[in-house]
Structure formats: C-alpha cells, structure tokens
Design a protein around this ligand. Sequence first.
Ligand SMILES: [Zn+2]
Length: 223
Amino acid sequence: MIAALRAARHGIVYAAPRRFHRREIAITFDDGPSAHWTPAILDLLAAHAAHATFFVLGAAVDGNEAILTRTLAEGHELANHAFSHTDLATLSDGDVRAELRRTSALIAATAGGQPRHFRPPFADTDFRIADLARSVGLKRTVLRSVDPADWREPDARKIAERVLARVRRGSIVCLHDALPPDRSIGTPSRQPTVDALAQIVPGLRARGFQLVTVERLLTWRPR
Ligand SMILES: [Zn+2]
C-alpha cells in the first residue's frame, strides 16, 4: 500500500483506486498498430460498444497511419509506448525524453490529439522514468492489474480464462495487438489475443461491465 502511494506520487497507476465503485474496466493493447491484428480488434470492440486504450509503439506507426486515425475516430484512446521498445532504464534522461517526445509527436501528427498516458516497454518503470514521462506531458505512467501474458500464450482459451477470472471493478487489463520489434520474444502471432478477445469482451459485457478508455476509467466525472 505504501509502495502504491509512493508510486502514485510519480503518476504511476496500476488500476482505478481501491474503492472504485463503477462497473468499468480498461482494456489496453501494447506494441501496435499492426495491419494484421489491430483492425480485427477494432471491429470486435465496435460490435460490442466497447472502448479501449492503445499504447502505440512509435516505430510501428510507419505504414499503419490509417489504422491510428481509425482507432481515434472510433472513440478509443491513443497512448504512448515509447518509440523503439528499448528498455528505458538503460537510456540517459535525454534519450528517454527523445523516445517519448518522438512517439507523442508522431501520434499527434498522424491522428491528432496529444497522448496523456504512457506505458514503458516491458511494463518496467522506475521513478526516474515516470518523472521524465511527466516532464514531456504524459501525465500518468499506466501499468496494469491484470496481465494474462498473452504475448507468450498460444492458447486463446487460456488468455480469456485468465482475464475473466482476475478482473474486478477498476481493473486495467494488458494485452498486445502487435509483435514487438524483437521477434525472438514470445509467440509469433497475436491471433490468440484476437480470438481471446472474442470471448473476453462479450463475457465482461454479460457481467455488466462497461469497457472504457484509461482516461475515462481514471477521471472522476459526477453525473
Ligand atoms: Zn511492449
């Protein structure tokens, strides 16, 4: 708890606050956009009136600009996953800032809108990186509370079971809509994630959950 409070002071969040009472969950995707899997994910989300957050890898944007534009137009959130999928802990302050600024500028130039949230590659952060992210306008470092490790799981059913068993109000779920630049890590396809999502989204909707963006999940709006 104390660790979570200390982290919160640096803008690091894992989920909505403990006593969160709305039946809302944020599903997130890292490493995209990808021409292979992102469009299928967008189709699925649209079919169930669900929204999600896409942590865009700057290096993946080239050639996939139309997918980013579509993602934003359909009400999803575009967020920042740095540029090259390097372990940011190994970079200087200036190089970390350059990774983040370059990706935010690319998202803004391609789809419009300045990203407000950041997830470091490998969901690995420390206070230095979180503070650097805030210094370039990314107000929160968003980690996750539900991690089914879809990137290394070929069985869609297992991915879906892990998510459906672990979610609660305010959860942030981490999935992947593309392969990372280092293809030696994990499974060679994200089709299992797409297939799992076809079970996860209707499963959560049937339990009365709204699937919302991270921005919406973490922003209190009295009604
Ligand atoms: Zn990643």
